[in-house]
Design a protein around this ligand. Sequence first.
Ligand SMILES: [Zn+2]
Length: 425
Amino acid sequence: MADVKGIVKADLPLNVRLGPKVIDEKAPFQLKNGQEVTITGFAIDPDGDENKLRYRIEVNKKIYWTTARFISVDPLLAKTIPFVPANPVSASEELLESMGMDVKDGVEIPFEEAQEIAALLRDFKLTGMWDLDGILTVRTLIEDLHDHGVTLGSIDGGAWSMADLRKVQQAIAGMAQGIGRIFEELFGRRDDALAFRMMYAPLQITRSARNNVSPFPDKEVWYAKNSNGYEIILGNKVFFEGTQTTRSNRNLPYTSTELVAHEIGHVINWRYSLKTAKGQVVRPREFYEVNLMGKKYTLPSGESVPLTMNDGYRLAARSSNGGHETVTDAITAFSLNRLTDDDTDPLRKKQGEARRLQITDMLKRIVRFRLETYSGLEGIRAAILRIGGVPLEGSLQTALDLLKRPNSNLDEQVVEFQKTIIGLG
Ligand SMILES: [Zn+2]
């Protein structure tokens, strides 16, 4: 591993110590503002308060320690600095605490396992107190998200609680179920996580501590944001109990999990197009507005079902009735089985059936178009750079890496599907 260099950023000379603790003996010299240092490890001093993160540095071939918060390091390189337990007996606990996880006293985890868990916690913050059960559960949950090509982030003081994470996991499972059914109908094989990766990954879901995540907070209030198709920002108000409704669709309630699912659903409209029966390439929102939203639909029985905007749906988590919002709700309601096709009222039942068939047709067209025009992981990276530049690429880096895993490489898996798709009508 290459040496990690840091630059001292301190108004006053910075103390250097012989050991990792803030009370360890001082070295006979101090570091000056702007000085470059070589960092060879980090430790946590539980009694160090705001100075608890310690860097092990090398000066004139000798090992010393200093306070990390006055040393500036490239964030990407910072991740590669090895952990050095200050107290070997509680090394696992120290390591997890260093990742921002508040670990309950007395929790025992083998150090190797703690290292694997710490690696999963690198890019976001957690809130709450974590016992052994919670730590193992969150590990499984993050690995499950990774299997779907989803990573987590934190912004503006946002930190994930176990309750938030469960909602996100449920929303992903629900959306995966929807696209999994489409892939099953197209390819005769059911694998929801794989189908989700094909259409929704790479995806970063970021927790903000703001109530309003709008880019124009003075003008409008947004609970959540997915304006680029790759990163979803979820603010405090996304996480609530029970149901809520939006002003424009008072009779169609949604839960917190359904709102997260709706934000995931936006990915489809922002990223893809589809081909109409006449061969025109259009965006999902255009296709939906022109052909589905308020159109009669003929069921396979020959019966014609008239439909208005909300007919057939049980949820509306949209912020407006604009095209990109209604098509997103349609995809979300279809995926989560929140259509009225199981209603006891015969008319509502038929409307729900009509919606299911309409949306199935639309999603099949979108999947087909996506597979036909797939540009490879480097093409996806280029699209991310075009949309959000280097900051967005940075947020998506881990998610892009997940799609290169040898046993689930997205490029290779798309090629497998492309071989089959030629047979489609
Ligand atoms: Zn929306």
